[in-house]
Write a protein that binds this ligand. Structure first.
Ligand SMILES: *[C@@H]1O[C@H](CO)[C@@H](O)[C@H](O)[C@H]1NC(C)=O
Ligand SMILES: *[C@@H]1O[C@H](CO)[C@@H](O)[C@H](O)[C@H]1NC(C)=O
Ligand SMILES: *[C@@H]1O[C@H](CO)[C@@H](O)[C@H](O)[C@H]1NC(C)=O
Ligand SMILES: *[C@@H]1O[C@H](CO)[C@@H](O)[C@H](O)[C@H]1NC(C)=O
Ligand SMILES: CC(=O)N[C@H]1CO[C@H](CO)[C@@H](O)[C@@H]1O
Length: 404
């Protein structure tokens, strides 16, 4: 029992510091920025599967659904984006100025809904029911499965190909985890009854423990008073290290990374090109999952190894003094507060940043263009006249589809 308060503290400490040292203050938008594009992973969500005996005090939304913490994170992102863009767009929703896209998954749509509530508090003519909805008005968005949730597009034959070595734990980093952490995984397996030779189960354990920490729920005895030869704090950190193992492995594996984010990347490239000509659109937003969001951040040339819930990227585009883009990260810190800050770029792009951190649009476009795949059907192996008798592949990557 003595351990519990200490562990609770370390739980909180882990949450507060899990994103590393984040800047306290967000970057300021460039005065010449004409278009802002952002992408985000959905906010905090429930695990795919609950540990036995849980949830008792949390998890009522159901498996994989957005939690209240996820709503707060996403609202925090929307509010911070509004502070960042200032009057680049009106606060009221204006259909000519802003465009939003979401994965069909409930958690992504709900993320975008609360995010736009933070971005678009209605004023004057847009107010409609002030007593009940003082600061909220509906904001529409487009659902795009292939762009933002490619991993579950059943007619994309390529999914089964690129996910196979991940689902089978054959990617080097997954194999290494299974070998190096074998005693630990055996300890998890003994206490959860879940087969830990499938690392998705270790991820699900990490997701459960994270929710327990966030909700101040009691942790199981085998974590607070471990019989394994490590302290409860060490065990907690070890469990958390399995978070999103498969999604990170995908983003590190070029065939998977490119399939998850190539079509999305082509949309961003096209938005930048349109803005460089003439466009009324000033803000574009996307709500997606970890494998696509981490993958696209890598394709955009950002140095990034994980993307937490409600975290992602921001791109500023300006035409003056010359067409150029600047890349930023956004991260929750850890729940209601959100911070937007400069991205660390890969060396080959870093060399082209000017004093403000902007890169010539032509240089940047040349860097990303090889990965941008507007024709996703062709990338997926869908031939124009093929008959649709391919639905049985759906089951092959079912295990991948339930996570994000
Ligand atoms: C927008 O904000 C900037 C900076 O705060 C200010 O200089 C500018 O006048 C504002 N523009 C409009 C149309 O309100
Ligand atoms: C909506 O945005 C467009 C394009 O910027 C602008 O012309 C129009 O005046 C805006 N509408 C309102 C009501 O602000
Ligand atoms: C216990 O310690 C031994 C020796 O340091 C180590 O090899 C083993 O992996 C540890 N067990 C667990 C469950 O971490
Ligand atoms: C766990 O899963 C692996 C691979 O699917 C299987 O070989 C092994 O027998 C399973 N272990 C148990 C205890 O069911
Ligand atoms: C390897 C593995 O865990 N396969 C599982 C995939 O999902 C189905 C149903 O959800 C399970 O029955 C399999 O065991």
């Amino acid at each position: 029992m003595l351990l519990a308060p200490v562990l609770l503290l370390s739980c909180q400490f882990w949450i507060a510091h899990s994103a590393g040292v984040l800047p306290k203050i967000s970057s300021t938008i460039d005065p010449n920025t004409a278009l802002v594009i952002f992408g985000t992973r959905h906010g905090n969500r429930n695990p795919y599967r609950f540990l036995p005996q849980t949830p008792q005090t949390w998890g009522f939304e159901g498996s994989n659904e957005l939690t209240n913490i996820g709503k707060r994170q996403s609202y925090g992102l929307g509010s911070e984006l509004r502070k960042f863009i200032g009057n680049l767009t009106s606060k009221n929703y204006n259909a000519s100025e802003v465009v939003y896209y979401s994965s069909p998954a409930n958690r992504c749509q709900m993320t975008l809904q609360v995010l736009t509530a933070g971005l678009h508090p209605p004023e004057t003519w847009a107010e409609w029911n002030k007593p009940v909805f003082e600061n909220w008005s509906p904001v529409p968005y487009t659902i795009n499965d292939a762009m933002l949730r490619m991993y579950s597009v059943s007619e994309c034959k390529k999914n089964a190909v690129v996910w196979k070595s991940i689902d089978n734990e054959e990617q080097p980093q997954l194999k290494q985890l299974l070998t190096e952490k074998a005693p630990l995984l055996a300890y998890f397996e003994k206490n959860t009854g879940w087969n830990m030779s499938n690392l998705l189960n270790a991820q699900t354990l990490a997701d459960n423990v994270l929710e327990m920490c966030l909700h101040n729920a009691p942790l199981p005895d085998w974590i607070t008073a471990p019989t394994a030869n490590l302290t409860s704090q060490e065990l907690l950190a070890e469990i958390m290290s399995f978070s999103e193992a498969h999604e990170v492995a995908c983003a590190n594996y070029p065939p998977c990374r490119d399939l998850m984010a190539g079509y999305w990347l082509s949309d961003i490239l096209s938005k930048l090109n349109t803005a460089n000509k003439q466009s009324e659109v000033k803000l574009v937003g996307y709500s997606s999952h970890s494998q696509a969001t981490l993958s696209i951040m890598k394709l955009l040339g950002m140095n990034k190894n994980e993307v937490r819930t409600s975290a992602g990227f921001v791109i500023e585009f300006r035409k003056v003094p010359y067409p150029s883009v600047r890349l930023l990260n956004h991260d929750p810190n850890p729940i209601d507060t959100h911070v937007i800050y400069p991205a660390t770029l890969v060396d080959s792009l870093k060399a082209y940043q000017d004093a403000d951190g902007f890169i010539n649009l032509a240089t940047f476009s040349n860097y990303i263009r090889p990965f941008a795949k507007a024709n996703w059907k062709s990338v997926c192996g869908i031939t124009p006249y093929a008959s649709p008798h391919i639905t049985n592949i759906q089951t092959i990557f079912l295990n991948t589809t339930i996570f994000s």
